[in-house]
Design a protein around this ligand. Structure first.
Ligand SMILES: Cc1cc2nc3c(=O)[nH]c(=O)nc-3n(C[C@H](O)[C@H](O)[C@H](O)COP(=O)(O)OP(=O)(O)OC[C@H]3O[C@@H](n4cnc5c(N)ncnc54)[C@H](O)[C@@H]3O)c2cc1C
Length: 423
């Protein structure tokens, strides 16, 4: 069908996720006419599932921590983070009636624990400001003229048919590739590429890991708290932290592992890595040896396999027995000092071979995206196409869990929305 021209618009926003809604609110608060296009039947599908449905909107940390929690291109965020801080995010939602609370690690949530309250507040603000929201509307193409944004070609997902919409500026806020069922299917990378932008290769990040050892699968469902995980590339330690991990049918997951994944992506493409889990990080090897010795003395006449109940959860015992190489039926009093010390070594270094990361269906964010060098960090405007802006996960930015990725979305969207409105 021949594209048909419809009315004039000022700021077009592509994508009704966190960044798109916020860019639209910001541009509209500047008095502009704003059109927001979302291909789903509703806004904020991904936002709805964030923080396990509770939406960890930001982190109440100091600015230094905010920057250090960004894994890639944190310097690019200097102006936008200072231009719209974590406190600004909290104030914004509080003013719209969403009371917030701060939990462990500075994680900020709506007091109600409902992400739907965050989405509703944004929707009501969009409505109040007169933003025209087009649902079921996919942007198909970004059209430029003489190095300037000119119009967007849109398709109604239900009725079909293409239309063109003119705009003075356009904010691309289409997200990344993770959880594609929420609508993030990477369209923005194509738009950016067609406009001449470089795309830093994308990969799943903040994602569980696959491991080679079959015993890991046998521990499926087992969660370990207060352990230390270290990931090594040869002798080089790539990541080390304390926390909680979980065994799954394919390998390992849980907050500690998800965080570790952010540091491994590129390395794993080239080689396998070693994951070492210290099951008793509060004790050094000597202290642990004494602790094991005490347990052994209490279970003097028991078989090895029946003497470990105080050391590990029951599901883990058969695996530890097997990996120790000690005969499970051997009486404790028959275990040599050398065998015991090797066992202690194993408890401090339960080692797995990481073969890969899980895919986008399980990844909290996408690593890679629109190259930040080609975007003005103060305004989020493309350095290649005037009037074209980027916000949120479509950019080559990613951070740890804890509300930092949404902070990236809010801050970049604020910069984009504010500056797009000046076109
Ligand atoms: C399970 C899960 C939990 C998470 N929890 C948290 C958390 O608690 N705290 C936190 O900080 N971060 C969290 N994140 C990360 C966070 O959700 C993202 O970083 C954030 O949503 C990115 O916002 P965005 O607006 O850039 O992209 P998205 O939220 O992905 O929004 C992009 C929107 O654009 C639309 N779109 C795409 N292409 C087109 C097109 N061609 N035309 C029209 N519309 C289009 C999509 O349908 C989508 O609605 C979580 C992520 C996941 C997957």
């Amino acid at each position: 069908m021949k594209p048909e021209m419809i009315g004039m618009s000022r700021v077009l926003v592509v994508g009704g996720g966190a960044a798109g809604m916020f860019a639209a609110v910001t541009a509209a608060r500047n008095g502009q006419e704003v059109f927001l296009f979302e291909k789903n039947e509703k806004l904020g599908k991904k936002l709805f599932i964030t923080g396990k449905g509770r939406c960890n909107i930001t982190n109440a940390c100091d600015m230094e921590t905010l920057f250090s929690s960004v894994i890639r291109n944190s310097r690019f965020l200097y102006s936008s983070f200072y231009g719209y801080t974590n406190q600004d995010v909290i104030d914004f939602f509080e003013k719209l009636g969403v009371k917030t609370k701060t939990e462990r690690g500075g994680r900020v949530f709506p007091e109600s624990d409902h992400s739907s309250d965050v989405i509703r507040a944004l929707e009501q603000e969009l409505k109040r400001l007169g933003v025209r929201v087009f649902l079921n509307t996919r942007v198909e193409k970004i059209i430029t003229q003489n190095g300037m944004f000119s119009e967007a070609e849109i398709v109604n997902e239900r009725a079909g048919g293409k239309k063109r919409v003119k705009g003075d500026a356009c904010v691309i806020a289409t997200g990344g590739l993770s959880y594609p069922s929420t609508g993030s299917t990477g369209d923005g990378y194509r738009f950016a590429g067609e406009c001449g932008h470089s795309i830093v290769p994308c990969a799943p990040s903040l994602v569980p890991m696959e491991v080679k050892e079959p015993w890991a699968g046998s521990l499926m469902g087992l969660s370990l708290r207060n352990v230390k995980a270290s990931v090594f590339q040869g002798k080089k330690c790539l990541f080390q932290d304390f926390g909680e991990m979980l065994f799954t049918h394919y390998g390992v997951s849980g907050p500690l592992i998800i965080s570790a994944s952010s540091y491994l992506g590129e390395k794993l493409e080239k080689q396998e890595l070693k994951l070492e889990v210290d099951l008793k990080p509060a004790l050094d090897e000597k202290q642990l040896d004494q602790r094991v010795l005490r347990d052994f003395e209490e279970n003097h006449n028991r078989q090895f396999k029946n003497a470990l109940g105080k050391l590990f959860p029951s599901k883990l015992i058969p695996v530890m027995v097997e990996l120790s190489g000690i005969d499970p039926e051997k009486k404790i009093h028959g275990i040599s000092r050398d065998e015991r010390q090797r066992f202690v070594y194993l408890i401090k270094r339960l080692t797995m071979t990481v073969t890969g990361l899980r895919d986008y269906n399980e990844a909290i964010i996408t690593r890679g995206g629109v190259k930040t060098k080609e975007v003005d960090p103060g305004t989020m405007e493309s350095k290649l196409v005037k009037g074209l802006y980027f916000a949120g996960e479509v950019l080559d930015l990613d951070a740890l869990t804890g509300g930092f990725n949404l902070q990236i979305a809010w801050s970049t969207a604020y910069a984009a929305g504010n500056n797009a409105a000046k076109e």
